[in-house]
Design a protein around this ligand. Structure first.
Ligand SMILES: Cc1cc2nc3c(=O)[nH]c(=O)nc-3n(C[C@H](O)[C@H](O)[C@H](O)COP(=O)(O)O)c2cc1C
Length: 390
């Protein structure tokens, strides 16, 4: 058998493309409309350079930190992703990998595995929710996450139901019944390894969202849950503050790009915010988070933990984000490619690549600790930054 280890996230993505049915791979590629934001998330990191030293380099490098009260071995977290059918163990495999590497886990409310199973695999789990359903339902979900042992909550606000991709969206059935199986058969049969990974567990992907279940009821289908979300009016800032008051513990707002919004997130008493454009999957044309980060750090960095997610594929990206003021980053597609390529070991592989990449980058720029990183470590071209709001 070929070596299962891969040396970069790009190689993991190539393997994911080879192994996954086209619809599942397409769901991970995601993106919105013309794909401008998804591309900018990657381009922006490429445009940033690093400022190297050549002697006096540190012999050891320190990258452990704390995020939302959790000690983590490096400044990288698993960003919540609601995807189905990538791997039979899904988010449990991701959680185990993260726990093995001392990394905290964000679990999507649209995930395929229950918060109970995921927290059991990684006690450092933050439960992510959208503003979906009525207030009683929102509170019930938080209560369930608390009872399961979740250490914090992530509320993702940047979703406005953009639809249509110029390259086409994958067809995803409501559930896998005979008709759907027949329709999907050609692409699934072309990926025997993926099929076998499910067949040998005796299960087929059920495309359900167990964390969206109402008390005493079965898990809704992914689309059933999505429909509930689409029917829910968007929250006001007062309602977000109300939700914060329902969770007595660390609370992150994910999806912030503007300075005025960041200030409101501070005002409502959140522990953390993530500068994010939802991996480019939402409002196309939203700038890459790394362009918006310094303005937000300058405005609220002393009042709240500022994280970033979007476009992180290598250790040097993590170092760039930290040098520009992020406390840590969250990764999405990078670990999804790892999961698709090689299950739990593939996610561990990705985390190991990021760790060694952070280490090598810090060495090259002569920094012994992530606490020593500064904006001078990064070189940005003219016109790089985006300052949104005041
Ligand atoms: C397939 C997919 C599903 C996602 N689902 C969710 C979700 O359920 N909740 C959420 O807060 N963010 C979700 N995201 C966004 C990620 O948490 C994160 O913001 C994004 O992936 C970061 O960009 P990156 O993929 O370039 O690392 C999803 C992203 C992808 C790619």
């Amino acid at each position: 058998m070929a070596n299962a280890w891969f040396e970069t996230v790009a190689e993991a993505q190539r393997r994911a493309k080879r192994r996954l049915p086209a619809s599942v791979y397409g769901a991970l590629v995601a993106g919105a409309e013309k794909g401008l934001s998804v591309q900018d998330n990657l381009t922006a990191f490429d445009q940033l350079g690093l400022s190297p030293h050549v002697a006096g380099l540190p012999h050891t490098r320190q990258m452990a930190t704390t995020v939302m009260g959790q000690h983590v071995s490096m400044p990288v977290l698993i960003s919540p992703t609601g995807v189905q059918a990538v791997h039979p163990q899904g988010e449990v495999a991701i959680a185990r990998a993260a726990a093995n590497r001392g990394v905290a886990m964000g679990l999507s409310s649209f995930a395929s595995k229950s918060v109970e199973d995921v927290v059991a695999a990684n006690p450092q789990t933050f439960f992510q929710t959208y503003w979906c359903g009525d207030k009683d339902t929102l509170v019930q979900r938080l209560e369930r996450a608390r009872a399961a042992g979740a250490k914090g909550v992530i509320v993702t606000l940047d979703w406005s139901f953009s639809n249509g991709r110029d390259w086409g969206s994958p067809w995803i059935p409501e559930k896998i019944d005979l008709k759907a199986a027949f329709k999907l058969a050609p692409e699934v049969l072309a990926k025997p390894r993926w099929l076998w990974s499910f067949v040998r567990t005796g299960r087929i992907p059920d495309l359900a969202a167990p964390n969206m279940a109402k008390p005493g009821q079965p898990a809704p289908t992914f689309f059933g849950a999505y429909y509930e979300w689409m029917q829910t009016p968007f929250p006001t800032w007062d309602e977000v503050a109300w939700l914060r008051s329902q969770w007595d513990g660390p609370f992150m707002v994910k999806g912030v790009g503007r300075i005025d919004d960041a200030k409101r997130v501070v005002d409502l008493g959140a522990t953390a915010l993530s500068v994010s454009n939802h991996g480019g999957n939402n409002l196309d044309g939203t700038p890459a988070p790394i362009r918006m980060l310094p303005a937000i750090v300058d405005a609220v960095g002393n009042d709240i933990e500022v994280l970033l997610d979007g476009g992180v594929r290598r250790g040097s990206d993590v170092v760039k984000a930290l040098a520009l003021g992020a406390r840590a980053v969250m990764i999405g597609r990078a670990y999804l490619w790892g999961l698709a390529a090689n299950g739990q070991a593939g996610v561990e592989n990705v985390l190991d690549l990021l760790r060694s990449g952070i280490d090598a980058t810090m060495t090259g720029i002569g920094k012994a600790s992530i606490a020593d990183l500064t904006r001078d470590d990064v070189v940005a071209p003219d016109g790089f930054w985006r300052r949104l709001g005041t």
